[in-house]
Design a protein. Sequence first.
Length: 238
Amino acid sequence: MKKGAQLYEGKAKKVFLTDDPEVLMVDYKDDATAFNGEKKGTIAEKGIINNRLTNHFMKMLEENGIPTHYIEEISDRETLVKKVSIIPLEVIVRNIAAGSFSKRYGVEEGKSLLSPTLEFSYKNDDLGDPLINEYHIIALGLATREELDIVSEYTFKINDILKNYLIKFGIELVDFKIEFGKTSDGTIVLADEISPDTCRFWDSKTHEKLDKDRFRRDMGGVEDAYWEIMKRILGESK
Ligand code: UDP
């Protein structure tokens, strides 16, 4: 499969055309942003870690019955994926209070939630990705009721699968953000990435943060945290 023209450059990835119109190639960068692009930096080799981990999780989820956009890993940073139109929603699941949830509701970070929660943000950088409810989503035509039901069902399943998988490596899945897309025949599939950029991963014993919060909050040890996740899950060290 030949890498063609660049279609799009996002904050963490570039997307290229290929010689198959139904297939795109993603190329993961080391660029890191936070707070809607206000904070910028690089995390050395993040692109490699996020590409490899995302593909590992996508394969594992496929084996567990979740359709994804994943096709094939081409190199450390490049992956072939199905071309989809992204549903412009950030789908967020929380098992433990943290981040914007803790702030909004005045709940201490680290408090276990009685049941996993699901929330949506409207993917729109100009508006700062505002929280949006299901009525708003349907009224604005961002997704239909039927599509939202599929998205929600997949999302809770993904949470169960990932949470149970990660705990074996001593990793607590605090919360995460995923995105879904529609293939040309209308099938809804999991798209984008699942990585320390998009999930909160805490060490299950010490509750040490092993994710992008170390970058967001200037905690130091960012690269080491990403490599720690890579080592525990894929058995690979720097
Ligand atoms: N998240 C993300 N992209 C975003 C916003 C959030 O990947 O643009 C992830 C984030 O890493 C965390 C979860 O979604 O795992 C919940 O984030 P939260 O709403 O607490 O926002 P934050 O505190 O990161 O601003």
